[in-house]
Design a protein around this ligand. Structure first.
Ligand SMILES: NC(=O)c1ccc[n+]([C@@H]2O[C@H](COP(=O)([O-])OP(=O)(O)OC[C@H]3O[C@@H](n4cnc5c(N)ncnc54)[C@H](O)[C@@H]3O)[C@@H](O)[C@H]2O)c1
Length: 334
């Protein structure tokens, strides 16, 4: 298979490595608006650098993987759909709802494949949690607690193109909460703080966020995120039911220390970031995409799924701005 990869930044470089090693990928063409960056990644992965992003679409590729800055996703998704090409795209689809609805509409009108990069769906721990909820082992689920803590802020230049903490970061928690519980969010109440590094306030963003979410069966959930977790990269989910409770992401690399004399030993090798913590999941999602392209697997995460997660992020932004609970029914696209 001939694959075109667009965007060779942090995550695009990782995806280029995975694709270049994959048995189904005969050739890989990479492109970036920063041509030197694409050339560097092509050199490191034994792939070919296209002179421009346009060239990727005229190289006879079988599918495209979009890992550019979020602001370019919707346009590239549309171009892939119009070219009849299956596309894998990093989350989120777009910075806003109209852009997301438009891109999903284009893909559906073209009848092409769009798989979104919600890699937690391919993580072993989240997969086990989903099975546990379905098996009834937890009994009636009453509380879900989702945590995403980045060890350090991204570069300041990333913030204005990211869509903000809810759309960029917590959107993963919203997607995985729906996927693990099988329930829909019906209401959110969210807030945020920009008390950390000044670049967040300057970009109109927040560095820390907290939301209370009500699911359609009455289960209550919290989701928190920060860009400033000095202890390390911490992504967890706790699921508590009437019969039992379980935690995803709690292991000897979880960067949290118990204050109890008989607590577990302090972690001396915390997860440094998403690429290390989720490496197997990123590999599995691209492997799944290549199977989707060949028709041997159903799409595990299509545009509509991504739209649901984004609508929750939009509701949180509205709630934070207007300081009130927001019903998901208020957000278009449901
Ligand atoms: N699934 C995940 O866990 C995960 C993790 C990190 C990033 N992401 C997503 O991946 C995307 C990229 O994030 P990143 O951290 O790699 O950012 P980054 O800033 O490191 O890289 C983005 C790259 O895109 C390039 N670019 C910008 N506009 C472009 C265009 N129009 N065409 C081609 N290339 C263009 C930039 O030159 C840059 O090299 C974002 O949408 C982000 O939300 C997802």
């Amino acid at each position: 298979m001939r694959i075109g990869l667009i965007g060779t930044g942090r995550i695009g470089t990782f995806h280029a490595g995975v694709l270049s090693r994959h048995r189904e990928v005969g050739s890989l063409v990479v492109a970036d608006t920063d041509a030197a960056r694409a050339a560097y990644v092509a050199d490191r992965t034994g792939s070919t650098a296209a002179p421009s992003v346009d060239e990727v679409f005229s190289w006879g590729v079988d599918a495209v993987v979009i890992a550019s800055a979020t602001s370019a996703h919707a346009d590239l998704i549309g171009r892939a759909a119009r070219a009849g090409l299956p596309a894998f795209c990093e989350k989120p689809i777009a910075l806003d709802l109209p852009g997301t609805l438009n891109a999903v509409g284009e893909v559906e009108a073209a009848g092409t494949v769009l798989q979104l990069g919600f890699m937690r769906r391919f993580d072993e721990g989240y997969g086990a949690a989903r099975e546990l909820v379905r098996s009834g082992r937890l009994g009636r689920l009453h509380t879900v607690r989702a945590i995403t803590s980045d060890p350090a802020p991204p570069p300041a230049a990333y913030l204005p193109l990211s869509g903000g903490l809810y759309r960029d970061c917590l959107v993963h928690d919203f997607d995985i909460m729906r996927w693990v519980t099988g329930r829909e969010v019906v209401e959110v109440y969210a807030t945020g703080s920009d008390a950390g590094p000044s670049m967040f306030a300057e970009a109109g963003d927040i560095d820390t966020a907290a939301a209370v979410l009500t699911l359609d069966d009455g289960t209550l959930a919290t989701a928190t995120a920060t860009r400033c977790n000095g202890a390390g990269y911490d992504v967890r989910m706790e699921l508590a039911g009437e019969l039992d409770q379980y935690a995803v992401g709690l292991d000897d690399r979880t960067p949290i220390t118990s204050t109890e004399p008989k607590g577990p030993p302090a972690c001396d090798n915390p997860w440094p970031g998403f690429l290390e913590r989720f490496a197997p999941a990123y590999e599995a999602e691209l492997d799944a995409f290549l199977q989707v392209v060949t028709g041997s697997l159903a799409n595990p995460c299509d545009g509509r799924e991504a739209l649901h997660a984004l609508r929750i992020a939009e509701a949180c932004e509205l709630s934070r701005r207007e300081r009130r609970p927001v019903a998901l029914a208020e957000i278009p696209g449901g």
